[in-house]
Design a protein around this ligand. Structure first.
Ligand SMILES: *Cc1c(COP(=O)(O)O)cnc(C)c1O
Length: 376
């Protein structure tokens, strides 16, 4: 059996090596390393894939979030509502811009923003709602948009983990996650579902004015070279990464299907196991399984260790909720404020999930985990 990895980018690369190598070589031959043709071509293809009006490439997913908040003209002291159960980048950009992160707990099954608690968190200072499409599944966007529109608050979707996920509204129409709010933000970090061979990110929107503003902010706040109308940042997707992404975008749906097939297999094996809760599948979203995350009702940390001994890696995303992180103590939160998030921090365990898991590996992983649980 091949060694089991959390993510196997090497096997994935070998299968598309000629195309990737050629795409990279073309950029080198052109020496257009910054803002080359591959960046424009990728953005066109990506907009097409997402069925969205404008794609603004940038250097990473964290920058995408920061640029979105900057383009919305938020002012120091404004409040941004988000979740404490996410990667730190989501709250970090809020804090960096001297805005205030206001947390709303997550749903115990989908692990995304608990819509029931959203409206109570809105104040006169709320200037953005930032749901996170965690692990590959969209947040419940329709009720979020209803509340946001009622209060006139823009919405930014953190779609770093759910690129390609489809949102299904109550009427049955399907749109890509990230295209519902004012901005969708994503990351092309190598292990993400659409991963580059280095850093990369993008924002996308159907609003032409916001798109232009975000584009200008990415480029030092400058529309005409050396004339700076805003204070911006320097955040670019480089041409080599764009060339890689353009090749991989053609395989994205196939990659998503491979992840879903692995998840379906895990589900079938674990469905009847008492102490495990398999990932909830929301009626309003497809799940692209950036992570396959179990809730283990007892003894998670020991099971995590026991798996390592069997040669099976697993990860805890995320062990410390953001409201309890040392760096975020200044915002006045304390233990007990977000019980669902705190409980998940002690129970979640993500199993190996990538596009190259084979049947032998999947059955080894499931058998070993079930055996560990039975011995207990
Ligand atoms: C990965 C990730 C980011 C940040 O992306 P980078 O490209 O690493 O900056 C932001 N939010 C979430 C939820 C992520 O998973």
């Amino acid at each position: 059996m091949q060694k089991i990895h959390m993510v196997d980018l090497h096997t994935q690369y070998l299968k598309i090596k000629p195309e990737i190598d050629q795409a990279i070589q073309e950029v080198i031959d052109s020496t257009a390393f910054i803002n080359g043709q591959s960046v424009r071509d990728f953005c066109t293809d990506f907009a097409d894939y997402l069925q969205v009006g404008h794609v603004i490439p940038c250097a990473n997913g964290t920058d995408a979030l920061q640029i979105a908040l900057m383009a919305l003209d938020l002012k120091p002291g404004d409040e941004v509502i988000t979740v404490p159960f996410t990667f730190v980048a989501t709250a970090e950009v809020i804090a960096l811009l001297n805005l205030k992160p206001v947390f709303v707990d997550v749903d115990p099954h989908t692990f995304t923003m608990s819509v029931d608690q959203l409206e109570a968190a809105i104040t006169a200072k709320t200037k953005c709602i930032l749901p996170v499409h965690l692990y590959g599944q969209c947040s419940h966007m329709e009720p979020i948009m209803v509340i946001a529109e009622k209060h006139g608050i823009p919405v930014v979707e953190d779609n770093a983990q759910a690129i390609g996920a489809e949102y299904i509204d109550a009427g049955g129409s399907v749109t890509k996650g990230g295209t519902i709010g004012d901005f969708g933000c994503t990351s092309f970090f190598p292990s993400k579902n659409l991963g580059a061979y280095g850093d990369g990110g993008a924002l996308y929107t159907n609003n032409a004015d916001l798109a232009e503003k975000a584009q200008i902010i990415c480029n030092h706040g400058s529309k005409i070279k050396y004339y700076n109308d805003w204070i911006g940042v320097n955040s670019r997707l480089d041409s080599i990464q764009a060339a890689v992404l353009r090749v991989k975008l053609r395989y994205l749906d196939k990659y998503i299907s491979a992840r879903q097939a692995a998840a379906d297999y895990y589900d079938r094996q674990f469905r009847e196991v008492d102490i495990l809760e398999i990932p909830a599948r929301a009626s309003y979203s497809s799940h692209v399984f950036h992570q396959y995350t179990l809730k283990i009702l007892h003894g998670r940390d020991q099971i995590h260790q026991d798996l390592i001994e069997k040669g099976i890696p697993s990860m805890i995303y995320y062990p410390v909720p953001l409201h309890l992180q040392k760096a975020y103590q200044g915002f006045g939160y304390k233990k007990g404020d977000f019980p669902v998030t705190e409980d998940l921090g002690e129970k979640v365990l993500s199993l190996p999930m990538h596009t190259e898991l084979d049947q032998e590996q999947l059955s080894y992983i499931t058998h070993q985990l079930i055996e560990i649980l039975t011995v207990k």
